[in-house]
Design a protein around this ligand. Structure first.
Ligand code: SAH
Length: 214
């Protein structure tokens, strides 16, 4: 791995640690991933800063603090099956895989899926990630049920189809669009019931249906 960015990455981790957003395991994994390889080369100097970055097709890679917080909110341990909706740059999926999860991820824009595959290759990491083009609202029933499902695009309601692909005691994490704005919501499934918890304000691109080819 080219380590021109070693210092920038260490500073990013220090910054996130200072805000108390994630545990040491998550921070160590973020300290290993070459985040600059997940953005356009023209933006690589900004890759470790506290900003969201454009990844094309009007989509964005969330800033490191948000990725750290979401990852922490999933209460991970190695070996979990995770479904991500919104592959984008592939960075979040790479982080989850590096933490020992089996990751399945769905993206609706074909071009973005292609760049995510290139980013994983450039990163050189061989984790358990499987990605496909599709409408995240439908989930990936053939690969489920999942211990965790996270949405990195914002829907207007909790998608029932995804809840059904969640294991008993699983966690669904999503930036839910409400009348007061977006809120990060954690839903735990317990039998036929779902328990919701609000974790704070957030700002994500909207979740859209219909795939985009080319
Ligand atoms: N997790 C990404 C961030 C992606 S931004 C990363 O680490 O870079 C959100 C992504 O959700 C965008 O790429 C957008 O195209 C995708 N998206 C929006 N609606 C979707 C849907 N219904 N199904 C799948 N992907 C969707």
């Amino acid at each position: 791995m080219s380590d021109r960015f070693r210092v920038a990455r260490a500073r990013m981790v220090e910054r996130i640690r200072g805000k108390g957003l994630a545990n040491e395991t998550v921070l160590a994994a973020m300290g290993e991933i070459p985040r600059h390889l997940y953005v356009d080369p023209a933006l690589e100097l900004k890759a470790y800063g506290e900003n969201a970055l454009p990844i094309g097709w009007e989509q964005t890679l969330s800033h490191p603090e948000v990725v750290a917080f979401m990852t922490e909110s999933l209460s991970l341990r190695p070996g979990l099956r995770i479904l991500e909706i919104g592959t984008g740059s592939g960075y979040q999926a790479a982080l989850l895989a590096r933490l020992g999860a089996s990751v399945r991820t769905i993206e609706r824009i074909e071009g973005l899926l292609g760049t995510a595959l290139e980013h994983w290759k450039a990163d050189g990491f061989r984790g358990d990630i499987k990605a496909r083009l599709g409408d995240g609202y439908l989930g990936w029933p053939e690969e489920g049920p999942f211990d965790r499902i996270l949405l990195t695009a914002s829907p207007r309601e909790v998608p029932e189809t995804l809840l059904r692909q969640l294991k008993e005691d699983g966690i669904l994490l999503l930036p839910l669009a409400t009348e007061e704005g977006q809120r990060m919501v954690r839903v735990r499934r317990g039998g036929d019931r779902a328990y919701r918890e609000e974790l704070g304000e957030c700002s994500f691109v909207p979740m859209l249906a219909r795939t985009v080819k080319g």
